[in-house]
Design a protein around this ligand. Structure first.
Ligand code: BGC
Length: 745
């Protein structure tokens, strides 16, 4: 009997406790209650001071929770390629922690070049796990500003030039990250397409270009990715800074798209109390009040959304309406992140994260040219390989601005090749050129000593001498993360390769017919020597596993399958923004604002190349493989459509001798329209992996939006009835399969 009572007690005790707990638990802590009810309850309990506190920073990267109610502080961090090392409370200098060395994932340009949305999801998940370990609840990224000019110093952090590609890649990244209970903070919203004068540039752009080119990726992040955070951009639009912009934030983001997350200012992007209160900003970070010049003990008290806002409320200048709305959104963020009890544990530098990094790199590296099938390297036949170039040895995870990392390890291309070819092929090295010998960012240093006093001709001479005796020459050149290269804060000054690299490359190609050039960058560079160099590879910034991933592709362990996420123009003259002299704009009188008019409108990237019939060095969507594919038998679900929904089926066959992946790309062309439309626009794509001889039917679907343009008269999307053509192929300049259909009323 006693036993029975005891066992009944054991069975019922948890129920008993939980029912007591449920009774006494305040609504905001009761996870069985709907989210909005919990927010209402928390909001009611908060004092004015507490409400003001949660809408602005308390340190470089954190804002306070509400300790009295059990809401922990909220920690944010960059973003977007790994979790940035901790900095001091109130300084940019790294804090010198010993537990913040992370996995550096490949840059977003590389991720996008994989054209593989499921890899984007994995990237987000892996980053989320790293962030959780580090106690970060908001990752400042991903960035989806459109590549409008190859000079933009931050293109490497973004997802290319095409709104559809960027949209399809950003949504799964956000979903993956947030599935771990870590918020994405998608940036930089909006129109932050160059770096120079980023605080002063006022963008003037047509509504069509805004909606068709510059907004879709943000829209997808919000509507499909369900992003919990958006970061306002530094620059201005319609004469208002984007961190508090009535039109982009209140109207488009919150009203039209129904965004229910927080708008975070870019660091120091708030400039005006009234606008910060009224124009959609929810949380203010990084405003430049250093405590000394402001004469205050706590600089954060001087933020716009801090004491001055509180004072203005107390004086009756504002009601608490806007404040309540901001706090409501912040609380929603708390419940989604810091207060989310379902959050998994994080882990840092796990083998699975390195595996993600390798996969992304392996699928994102682009084989641009491979004349005479120089690649992959025949390891069985080669005796000596010469590796040339600073980028073969330079660590790239440090530098570039806020995306700079402290990686647990970074395998250089030279090391990667040496490791892979150990005992099989001799790998020699020549510096070739000296570029940027610096290697530190906010106190994180690479520890590399890259100084070399030799002249350019000595360096070229040495490399050529060695090249004559090698079976292959692999040059690792391109850009780096120093100022005015692929780096935040400035744009590149020219499209040409820096540091006399053209001379070096030409000399080496002359000395050795098996010369391979691997370009490390996040941007296109001019390549006047494409006819002389048989093989060209785009190697991006690949992070921790760079060398290993590059070696795998070069020797053929991995068959390249990346495709360019942007057009590689032959020169700046072939880029709309430059051809029309629409970059970087003109200073207004008084030199406070620089007006940058996007005169090329919707004609960005391949849309411009198609319009002007220019031949880029490499087209958008281009990328080769070590095998060959044949696309055939294009079929369509119907010849006519009323709602725009159609499915196209195409057969893809691997006609070569090794397994590989191909990206089938579908472009749509409006054959007759009342407005000027691009010759074609990417509207669907699919990556498929096939064994030699294998074939597969691939389905690609479109809907009404794929046929629409932004109609400036009705301020809405509009698809006009009439004839359309679809073009299917494996690059924007190779779309041999065509079909027609009609949109009917
Ligand atoms: C950058 C953001 C970054 C922030 C915090 C800003 O300067 O524009 O992308 O997230 O700093 O480091």
């Amino acid at each position: 009997m006693k036993r029975l009572i005891v066992s009944l007690f054991i069975i019922h005790f948890p129920l008993f406790v939980s029912s007591i707990a449920a009774q006494s638990l305040p609504v905001y802590l009761d996870e069985t209650k709907p989210l909005e009810q919990r927010i209402d309850d928390a909001l009611r309990r908060m004092t004015l001071d507490e409400k003001i506190a949660v809408i602005h920073a308390q340190s470089k990267f954190s804002s306070p929770g509400v300790k009295r109610l059990g809401f922990p502080d909220l920690w944010t961090d960059d973003g977007p390629h790994g979790v940035r090392p901790d900095v001091l409370w109130d300084e940019w200098e790294q804090a010198g922690q010993t537990n913040d060395s992370c996995v550096a994932f490949p840059a977003l340009t590389c991720l996008t070049a994989s054209w593989n949305p499921s890899l984007s999801r994995l990237y987000g998940e892996s980053l989320g796990e790293e962030a959780l370990y580090r106690g970060k609840s908001v990752m400042l990224g991903p960035g989806v500003n459109i590549n409008r000019t190859p000079l933009n110093g931050r293109n490497f952090e973004y997802m290319g030039e095409d709104p559809l590609l960027a949209s399809q890649m950003v949504a799964p990244y956000v979903q993956g990250l947030q599935s771990k209970g870590v918020a994405a903070c998608v940036k930089h919203y909006a129109l932050n397409n160059d770096e120079e004068y980023r605080h002063q540039v006022n963008v003037i752009v047509s509504d069509r270009a805004l909606h068709e080119i510059y907004l879709p990726a943000f829209e997808a992040a919000v509507k499909e990715g369900h992003a919990w955070g958006i970061m306002g951009a530094y620059n201005l639009y319609k004469d208002e800074h984007n961190c508090h912009n009535q039109y982009t934030l209140n109207k488009i983001l919150k009203q039209d798209w129904g965004f229910d997350g927080v708008v975070v200012s870019d660091w120091g992007g708030a400039h005006d109390l009234d606008q910060a209160v009224k124009n959609g900003l929810d949380m203010e970070f990084g405003t430049w009040t250093d405590g000394l010049t402001m004469g205050a003990t706590n600089a954060y008290d001087n933020y716009y959304l801090s004491r001055q806002y509180e004072k203005a409320i107390l004086e009756g200048k504002y009601t608490t309406k806007e404040l309540e709305e901001k706090v409501r959104r912040v609380l929603r963020l708390f419940f989604r992140t810091t207060m989310n009890r379902e959050r998994p544990y994080g882990f840092l530098c796990s083998e699975s994260h390195y595996e993600t990094a390798r996969q992304v790199a392996g699928q994102g590296i682009v084989l641009l040219q491979n004349r005479g099938n120089v690649l992959p390297i025949r390891t069985g036949q080669a005796k000596r390989i010469l590796v040339v170039g600073e980028n073969a040895i330079k660590m790239m995870t440090v530098g570039g601005g806020s995306s700079s990392l402290k990686a647990q390890h970074e395998i250089s291309p030279l090391q990667g090749l040496k490791d892979r070819l150990k005992g099989k092929v001799e790998v020699d090295y020549a510096r070739g050129y000296v570029g940027d010998v610096g290697g530190s960012y906010n106190g994180v240093t690479t520890g590399q000593d890259l100084k070399d006093e030799r002249s350019a001709s000595e360096l070229i001479g040495e490399a050529v001498g060695k090249a004559l005796k090698a079976d292959y020459v692999i040059i690792f050149g391109g850009l780096n993360k120093a100022d005015y290269q692929d780096c935040e804060g400035h744009d590149r000054k020219q499209m040409e390769l820096p540091y006399d690299q053209d001379k070096l490359i030409t000399a080496l190609a002359k000395a050795n017919k098996n010369t391979i050039y691997v370009n490390i960058s996040g941007n296109a560079v001019t390549m006047p020597w494409t006819k002389e160099v048989p093989a060209i590879v785009q190697g991006w910034f690949l992070g921790s596993e760079a060398g290993r991933a590059l070696a795998s592709v070069l020797v053929g362990d991995v068959n390249p399958s990346g495709k360019l996420p942007f057009t590689w123009p032959a020169s700046l003259a072939d880029v709309g923004a430059h051809a029309l002299d629409a970059f970087p704009g003109t200073w207004r009188e008084g030199k406070k604002v620089i007006d940058e008019e996007y005169k090329e409108g919707i004609f960005v990237g391949y849309r411009w190349a198609d319009l002007k019939k220019t031949r880029p060095t490499f087209a958008f969507g281009h990328g080769l493989s070590y095998t060959t594919f044949e696309l055939s038998n294009l079929r369509q679900s119907a010849k006519e459509t009323r709602d725009g929904r159609l499915t196209f089926t195409v057969n893809v066959r691997n006609t070569g001798e090794r397994e590989g992946a191909e990206v089938v790309q579908l472009y749509v062309s409006d054959l007759k329209a009342s407005v000027e439309r691009p010759l074609k626009e990417l509207k669907a794509f699919r990556k498929v992996t096939l064994k030699p001889g294998e074939s597969q039917d691939v389905q690609l679907s479109i809907d009404r939006r794929a046929l629409s343009f932004w109609d400036e008269a009705s301020n809405n999307w509009k698809a006009e009835q009439g004839d359309f053509q679809v073009l299917v192929g494996n690059a924007s300049d190779n779309t041999p399969l065509k079909a027609k259909f009609r949109l009917v009323e």
